[in-house]
Structures are given as C-alpha cells and as structure tokens.
Unconditional design. Structure first.
Length: 101
C-alpha cells in the first residue's frame, strides 16, 4: 500500500496495520469509555474516507467501534440497581440484611 496522501486530516496519525485496532486507538489509557468510542469513530471515519466504504481496513475500524459500544452496553447492564447501591452504601440498614432460611 502507498503512503497516506489523502487529504483527510486524521489519516497521517496511524499506519494501515495499526489503523483499526482498538488497542492502538489514539487515546490515553485513562480516557473514559465514551472518549475511546469517540476516538474510534473518528478513526473509523478517517479509514473509510481514505480506503473506501467497502475496504477491509474500514470494516476492521468499524468493528473496533462496535466492540467498544458492546463494552459500554455490558457496563450498563452490570450497573447496580438502586437497592443494591443503597445496601452497599448502608450495610447496616434493615434492607441490606441477609437472612438464612
């Protein structure tokens, strides 16, 4: 493949091999998941602009976005219910007591 000569502003930030891997996305390890999703989307758009809509590079980049979105969905499912959060905050409350039957 040739060097990046496309006018996309983000195209020069990554090489073709590193482009669509979520672990190589342009964000720090302390970035929130929302920031990581946004960075992956920007990267996927740049890959789509550079390589074309039906390229394998663009498909891999969009798959990385999909993986991050799935991670966000799983985190929302794992969130504690209001009762669980209350019981963790106030373990001595009557609602937090566990009874062996």
């Amino acid at each position: 493949m040739s060097n990046f000569t496309h006018s996309t502003p983000n195209a020069s930030r990554f090489s073709p091999r590193e482009a669509a891997r979520p672990w190589n996305a342009p964000y720090s390890s302390t970035a929130s998941l929302a920031e990581r999703i946004q960075a992956a989307r920007e990267q996927a758009r740049a890959m789509t602009d550079h390589y074309g809509l039906y390229s394998s590079e663009a498909a891999i980049a969009w798959e990385a976005v999909e993986e991050l979105l799935a991670q966000a969905a799983h985190q929302r499912l794992r969130a504690a219910s209001p009762l669980e959060a209350y019981c963790q905050e106030f373990p001595d409350a009557p609602e937090a007591r566990m009874y062996d039957v």
